[in-house]
Ligand binder design. Structure first.
Ligand code: GLU
Length: 338
């Protein structure tokens, strides 16, 4: 058993020093997976497996509206049907609230949190003059309320919690990282988002905090997800610095969009897995099609996920990083013949 322990020690050492990739799937169970979700999951899986890595499955069900055990089990069934296996989990965020609250306490002890009483309407009014530009940093309305004022307001209104971001001329407000697909990305948090929400007024922990705590706690070394989340990454890295966590590698992947340029969503039921399965489309057809979008397969080629992992390279994505208008090119449209 001493030998065994030594072996475990050795393997563990090797895992950490050789930097084995630990990737993740982090679906929200708000609906069935659609083609865009499958695309991101396929890339996350292939990237990890192409380097002998592992995948953790985490169900992001913190929002009570997304706590649907039936949808969560459909998600898992669908991933399995696609051959997108996981090595650890499923972990449910709804079981992990204590961890998020511990992180919240840590931030509070550094005097980085304050209650915010602004309503959506207040925020809108405050940003309306700049409505034409993309950035609406929080104007800081509730940051400097006196303790007395806070207590008075708390009697009448539930407060959300915001995290302070340093002023724009402070170097710690400036976050830069290298995305494996999109390259160097820089953001000055004070200019893009300002003090951001980490707990809602109904006490639900905000996505930014939960995802940061979980990625660190689960030892995730490589985050692969849709490029709609590229602009969340700087906030997550800022949180990692505050909480003493390591920063994983990030890779954002192009989105599949509908003919109007809108990102596919769980409302696009005709492009979800339930619909594909009902129309007899196979996992290999879907995976082959998605791999063809980044030049890893011939159009109409049928492939297993493992074959995509064998062919995978980050260059394939770097060469195909535009969002893809899926309606025009999807050859397996289940409704085309109706
Ligand atoms: N749960 C998020 C989603 O389904 C993904 C979060 C992430 O990958 O960081 O859109």
């Amino acid at each position: 058993s001493r030998q065994l322990r030594f072996c475990i020690y050795l393997c563990h050492g090797a895992l950490t020093t050789m930097g084995t990739v630990i990737g993740r799937f982090a679906p929200s169970p708000s609906g069935r997976m659609h083609l865009g979700n499958v695309f991101s999951a396929l890339i996350a899986w292939s990237a990890a497996k192409s380097e002998g890595g592992k995948i953790v499955l985490r169900i992001e069900d913190l929002d009570p509206r997304a706590q649907n055990p039936h949808t969560a089990s459909l998600l898992m069934e669908d991933l399995q049907w696609l051959g997108l296996t996981w090595d650890a989990g499923p972990f449910f965020q709804s079981d992990r609230k204590e961890l998020y609250l511990n992180a919240l306490t840590k931030l509070k002890s550094k005097d980085l949190l304050y209650p915010c009483f602004c309503s959506r309407a207040d925020l809108h009014a405050a940003t309306a003059p700049h409505a034409s530009d993309q950035m609406h940093p929080y104007p800081g309305t509730c940051r400097n309320l006196s303790e007395e004022e806070r207590e008075k307001r708390l009697l009448h209104k539930a407060a959300a919690t915001r995290l302070k971001v340093p002023p724009s001329n402070n170097p710690t407000s400036f976050i830069a990282f290298t995305d494996l697909v999109y390259g160097t990305y820089r953001e000055n948090l004070a200019c893009t988002c300002g003090d951001f929400l980490i707990q809602r007024s109904d006490n639900v922990i905000a996505y930014q905090l939960a995802v940061t705590v979980d990625d660190a706690d689960m030892g995730i070394t490589q985050v692969v997800r849709g490029c709609d989340l590229l602009s969340s990454t700087a906030r997550q890295i800022y949180l990692q610095h505050l909480l003493g966590y390591k920063t994983p590698t990030y890779a954002h992947v192009p989105l599949l969009v509908d003919s109007d340029g809108r990102r596919l969503s769980k409302r696009d039921k005709d492009l979800d897995l339930g619909s594909f399965k009902a129309h007899g489309i196979s996992a290999e057809q879907l995976i082959g099609f998605l791999a063809s979008l980044i030049g890893l397969a011939e159009p109409q080629e049928e492939l297993s996920a493992s074959e995509v992992a064998r062919r995978f390279s980050w260059n394939a994505l770097r060469n195909h990083r535009e969002n893809v208008n899926i309606r025009n090119i999807f050859p397996l449209d289940p409704f085309s013949e109706l």
